[in-house]
Design a protein around this ligand. Structure first.
Ligand SMILES: Cc1ncc(COP(=O)(O)O)c(C=O)c1O
Length: 394
C-alpha cells in the first residue's frame, strides 16, 4: 500500500493514489475491484486459529473488514494524515460508534450545542438511557471550564456547524481537551480534509458523513472515523458489535468520489463565495451565514484555520417561514432536498429536515430560525446558480 510513501505528497495526489495497491504490471486493473463477498476462505484450520488469536490479518467476514473497504480506509487515513480509518454504513454509524468506543455509563460528554441534528438527537434522546450525560457549550467555548467534572470523558465538536456555519476554534478546543485529559472527537464533514486536518492538531478521532463531499455524487450513504491504530481498533470493534459496516459497493463509489474531492471542493468554494456575495446584497435577505463573508462572526477564525470557506451556506429570509417556503418552492436549478456536498446545488429548510423535532429554545441555541434556508453549493456554473436565486427571490 502507498499510504506511508504518499504522506508528504499533496492532498489531491493522496486522494487519487493513497491506499491503492501497487498497480504496475501487465493487464492490471487501474481501479479497485468491488469484492462482493460476505465471507472469505481460509486455507486451513491452523490459519483460522491464528486469526482467532489475532495473529494474522486475514479477512473473515465483511462486517469485520473487506479488501475494498480497506482501500477506502487507507485512502481516507492518508488524506486526513492519520494512522488508520474505519469506513461505516453512514455518518451516524461513524459518530455513534466512535462516541461509544470512548464512553461508558457514568461518563460525561462536553459538546458544542450547535451540531448536525442527528448527532444532537443521539446525545439528547439516546445517551441519557445509557447513563451518559451531555453538557453543551457554545461554539465560542465560553465557560467550558465550568462543565468539567471528574466524570468528563469526551469533548465533541463540529466545525463549521450544520446548518448555520459557526466555527469552533480547533486549536483552542483540542488544547482544552488535552489539558483536561478528554478524548477529542471532531465532525469534519463540512470542512472536508481539503480545508482542514484536525488529526495534525492532535484530535483523537475525526468523523465524517462520507455521504457528503467525500463521496460527492449523492449516490451513497457512508461514514468514516479516522484516528490512531489504537482508537480505530476500538471503533472497528463497535462497528462489529453494532453492525454499522459499509457495503463494498458503497466503498467502490466512495473511493471513486474521493479521487476528485480536491477539484470539487475548490470549485464549490468559488461558487459558494459568489452566491454568498449575491445573497448578502439582496433586499429580501435578512442575513447570510457564510464564513467567507467579512460580515460573518467567525470570518477571522475561518481565515486562520481553514484553507477555504467551504461549499455550505445558509441565509435568513425577510418574512420568515412563509417567505423561505416561497423561495424553496420557486427555485428550479437548485433542487429542494436534504443532504449536501454533491455536484448538484440543493436548498432545504432546516426546521423541516436536520432540525425537525426541536423546540424553540433548541432552535434558538442552534441559531436556526423558521426562515433559515440552508444551501449546498454544487458544481454548476455560478452565473446560472445566481440567475436561479434571482428569479426565485423576486
Ligand atoms: C455534519 C454532519 N455530520 C453527520 C451527518 C450524518 O451523516 P449520515 O447522514 O451519512 O449518517 C450529517 C448528515 O447530514 C452531517 O451534515
Amino acid at each position: 500500500m502507498n499510504t506511508k510513501k504518499l504522506s508528504s505528497q499533496g492532498p489531491q495526489t493522496r486522494a487519487i493514489h493513497g491506499g491503492e495497491p501497487n498497480r504496475r504490471g501487465v493487464n492490471g486493473p487501474i481501479v479497485t475491484e468491488i469484492i462482493r463477498s460476505s465471507t472469505f476462505t481460509f486455507s486451513s484450520t491452523e490459519e483460522m486459529k491464528l486469526w482467532a488469536e489475532g495473529k494474522n490479518q486475514a479477512y473473515i467476514y465483511t462486517r469485520y473488514g473487506n479488501p475494498t473497504l480497506s482501500v477506502a480506509e487507507k485512502k481516507i487515513a492518508a488524506l486526513e494524515g492519520a494512522e488508520a480509518a474505519v469506513v461505516t454504513a453512514s455518518g451516524m454509524a461513524a459518530i455513534s460508534s466512535s462516541l461509544l468506543a470512548a464512553l461508558k455509563a457514568g461518563d460525561e460528554v462536553i459538546s458544542t450545542a450547535q451540531l448536525y441534528g442527528g448527532t444532537y438527537r443521539l446525545m439528547r434522546d439516546v445517551f441519557p438511557n445509557m447513563g451518559i450525560t451531555v453538557h453543551q457549550v457554545g461554539t465560542d467555548l465560553a465557560g467550558i471550564e465550568k462543565l468539567v467534572t471528574p466524570h468528563s470523558k469526551v469533548l465533541y465538536v463540529e466545525t463549521p456547524t450544520n446548518p448555520t456555519l459557526r466555527l469552533v476554534d480547533i486549536h483552542k478546543a483540542v488544547g482544552f481537551a488535552k489539558q483536561h485529559k478528554l478524548i477529542s472527537i471532531i465532525d469534519n464533514t463540512f470542512a472536508t480534509p481539503v480545508l482542514q486536518n484536525p488529526i495534525a492538531l492532535g484530535y483523537d478521532m475525526v468523523v465524517h458523513s462520507a455521504t457528503k463531499a467525500l463521496a460527492g455524487h449523492s449516490d451513497i450513504i457512508a461514514g468514516v472515523s479516522v484516528g490512531s491504530e489504537e482508537w480505530m481498533k476500538q471503533v472497528r470493534s463497535m462497528i462489529i458489535y453494532l453492525g454499522g459496516s459499509m457495503d463494498p459497493g458503497a466503498a467502490y463509489l466512495l473511493i471513486r468520489g474521493i479521487k476528485t474531492l480536491g477539484v470539487r471542493v475548490q470549485r464549490q468554494c468559488e461558487n459558494a463565495m459568489a452566491v454568498a456575495e449575491f445573497l448578502e446584497k439582496h433586499p429580501k435577505v435578512e442575513r447570510v451565514h457564510y464564513p467567507g463573508l467579512q460580515s460573518h462572526a467567525d470570518h477571522a477564525l475561518a481565515k486562520k484555520q481553514m484553507r477555504g470557506f467551504g461549499s455550505m451556506l445558509a441565509f435568513d429570509m425577510k418574512g420568515g417561514l412563509a417567505a423561505a417556503r416561497r423561495f424553496c418552492d420557486r427555485v428550479s436549478l437548485f433542487l429542494l432536498a436534504a443532504s449536501l456536498g454533491g455536484v448538484e446545488s440543493l436548498v432545504i429548510l432546516p426546521i423541516y429536515s436536520s432540525h425537525y423535532n426541536m423546540n424553540n429554545e433548541e432552535l434558538r441555541r442552534a441559531d436556526v430560525s423558521p426562515g433559515t434556508v440552508r444551501v449546498s453549493i454544487g458544481l454548476e456554473d455560478k452565473k446560472d446558480l445566481i440567475e436561479d436565486l434571482r428569479q426565485a427571490l423576486q
